[in-house]
Design a protein around this ligand. Structure first.
Ligand code: NDP
Length: 312
């Protein structure tokens, strides 16, 4: 069955292309760091257990770090590792001068306290931006010191690519209030001078709230929830969701990825929209590389070298 036609003016935002441009910036900053202070950015990724999706994410992060010419290290720990052992590894990585970024792949097994682990990472090496100090810096607008979470930063860059760099005065609605996506997206859009609403599972008349948005960000985890009649005509729709659903049309037992937005439906109304896959997903990994080169530049006393790495 073919998808409904997309309105001629609806513009599909190419996350892969924007991510590739960020990666080019990262490579340039890496070269400058090497020639100015002989520092190669180093990224350590820690994975606990054998969750197949996490393994794919971690492998992709390692490959991208290598493509960027980073020093790239992966620590694969068994699912029954003790919390102390994991905290000990983080201590070692905190002290390792060759490592500028540490990422612990979430979720962690139930017996490990995730908050404790995140808080153990040196905030200057916290390239996921989840440490309470970086959360506070983002909230306080202390961007020169903050490491900003990757998916939210990537989402806002895509909105700016679609709408122009100045988002001042625009109505932004974010569906989802998680610490890792919804809240930091809201903080970033507030810093862009948007008027921000955060919607969640208790929001009344969610479609009506969404229809107010010039920028609608969906970070819910519910496949294809946002329909065309939730979207203000001409709005920019950023779909953060990644959901795997059955795809019997591809064969028995096959699956496919869809977002939180019903793309074919919403694209008939939206002015611009991110696809899934190929929208926010590639941005997340590109921003992780950007954060690593930013952390390396700051640690080397040359923050200026990575200043513009997220600017396109
Ligand atoms: P969480 O489950 O932590 O948060 C989901 C949010 O959506 C909650 O705030 C919840 O509200 C809200 N919500 C749930 N159901 C509804 C509903 N029916 N109506 C309105 N709001 C609702 O998810 P995450 O923020 O971690 O992730 C969101 C999505 O983004 C997922 O699909 C995830 O896979 C994807 N993701 C993608 C990434 C990428 O790289 N592209 C990275 C990270 C996540 P309440 O707080 O009231 O429960």
């Amino acid at each position: 069955m073919s998808a409904p036609a997309i309105k001629a003016e609806s513009h599909v935002i190419d996350g892969k292309a924007v991510a590739a441009a960020i990666i080019e910036n990262v490579k340039q900053a890496r070269d400058q760091l090497l020639s100015a202070v002989a520092v190669k950015p180093g990224l350590a990724v820690v994975i606990v257990g054998e969750d197949p999706a996490s393994q794919v994410y971690v492998r992709n992060k390692g490959l991208k770090a290598e493509e960027c010419g980073f020093h790239s290290v992966q620590h694969t720990l068994s699912a029954d590792i003790g919390e102390d052992e994991l905290l000990g590894l983080i201590d070692n990585l905190n002290e390792d001068p060759l490592i500028h970024g540490i990422l612990v792949q979430l979720p962690l097994p139930k017996h490990i306290n995730e908050k404790l682990v995140i808080a153990a990472i040196d905030p200057e090496k916290d390239v996921d931006g989840f440490h309470p100090i970086n959360v506070g810096r983002l909230g306080a607008g202390a961007m020169e010191d903050a490491l900003v979470p990757c998916t939210p930063a990537g989402s806002v860059i895509l909105a700016k690519q679609a709408l122009g760099q100045d988002l001042s005065g625009m109505e932004a609605v974010i569906i989802g209030r998680s610490n890792i996506v919804g809240k930091p997206v809201a903080q970033l859009l507030l810093q862009e001078n948007c008027t921000v609403t955060i919607a969640h599972s208790r929001t009344k008349d969610l479609p009506g709230v969404c229809r107010r948005a010039d920028i609608l960000v969906a970070a819910v985890g519910r496949p294809q929830m946002v329909k065309a009649d939730w979207v203000k005509p001409g709005a920019c729709v950023i779909d953060v969701g990644i959901n795997r659903v059955d795809a019997p049309e591809k064969g028995e037992g096959k699956t496919r990825l869809v977002g939180d937005v019903d793309f074919a439906d919403a694209a008939t109304v939206a002015g611009s929209i991110t696809p899934v896959p190929g929208g926010v997903g590639p941005m997340t990994i590109a921003l992780l590389m950007a954060n690593t080169v930013i952390a390396a530049a700051r640690a080397s006393g040359r923050p200026d070298i990575a200043d513009g790495v997220k600017n396109l």
